[in-house]
Design a protein around this ligand. Structure first.
Ligand code: AP5
Ligand code: MG
Length: 242
């Protein structure tokens, strides 16, 4: 059964950081809709250039465009072992479309992780983030007392602030998240494969918590109707989950 993960959370929660690591470690396809749009802008694709105006204001790109992008990726053969979605779905309409795509794929349920971080910390992270102008990778945060890196560790590209990371646009992105995306928590909360992770810890601790909850949700999701597996008696007399 495929591992079909959604990484949810507000701007700056660490979705991209954790989605990239998890996908790499598990050999899954990472689909980051923000990265796809930014790559499209660099390549001057008309659909992405149209989206740029909205992104630069902190607003959402229309559902039809985003659903078409994600549907095309999820139907590719390299998505069949599973995927990690970062930044999608962001509206109830996108979530409903994703349910239909997952039903069509028919190889495993969605495992939903909501990464929680207080707003003050989100603003702090986004104000300090630099990305590579060439490959889009987040720069490694500078170690205490050390000078900030001058170039991308991966490709040597120039490090710049993301176009939508200035204070005014961050404020708007957080508002849009509260209005359009946070309601998705209610959309997913009742599912047995929904999990919450504390994203306001060191990256390694977030990673450990994430791995644990995703593996647990995958076990639950693999049982009929997504209900917990029956409890088996073990030799010690204690009970264990199958
Ligand atoms: P997108 O690129 O998805 O941006 P976002 O959701 O605002 O999220 P970010 O990428 O800013 O944050 P992140 O959670 O990935 O955090 P990161 O790992 O980088 O979308 C951009 C725009 O595209 C949208 O505004 C919209 O216009 C459009 N768009 C995209 N998808 C769309 C959709 N489905 N529908 C409609 N429109 C769409 O981490 C942030 C920083 O914190 C980094 O510097 C990182 O190093 C650091 N950090 C990470 N983890 C930790 C930690 N544990 N402790 C300390 N620092 C940490
Ligand atoms: Mg991101």
């Amino acid at each position: 059964m495929a591992l079909n993960v959604i990484m949810m959370g507000p701007p700056g929660a660490g979705k991209g950081t954790q989605a990239g690591r998890f996908a790499r470690e598990r050999g899954l396809l990472k689909i980051s809709t923000g990265d796809i749009l930014r790559e499209g802008i660099n390549a001057q694709l008309p659909v992405a250039l149209k989206a740029k105006e909205l992104m630069d204001r902190g607003e959402l790109v229309d559902d039809a465009t985003m659903i078409a992008i994600v549907r095309e990726r999820l139907m590719r053969p390299d998505a069949q072992p599973g995927f990690v979605l970062d930044g999608f779905p962001r509206t109830v309409a996108q979530a409903e479309a994703l349910d239909r795509i997952v039903a069509e794929r028919n190889n495993g349920p969605l495992l939903i992780v909501d990464v929680r971080v207080p707003q003050r910390e989100l603003v702090r992270r986004l104000a300090g983030r630099l990305i590579c102008k060439k490959c889009g990778t987040n720069a490694e945060p500078a170690k205490e007392g050390a000078p900030a890196a001058a170039a991308c560790a991966k490709c040597g590209g120039r490090l710049v602030q993301r176009a939508d990371d200035n204070a005014q646009v961050v404020k708007e992105r957080l508002k849009v998240y509260e209005r359009a995306t946070k309601p998705l928590v209610e959309f997913y909360r009742g599912r047995p494969t929904f999990r919450i992770v504390n994203g306001a810890q060191a990256q390694e601790r977030v990673a450990h918590e994430l791995d644990t909850v995703i593996d647990d949700a995958a076990v639950v999701g693999a049982t009929p109707q997504g209900t917990p597996a029956p409890v088996k008696a073990v030799a010690s007399g204690k009970a264990a989950q199958a």
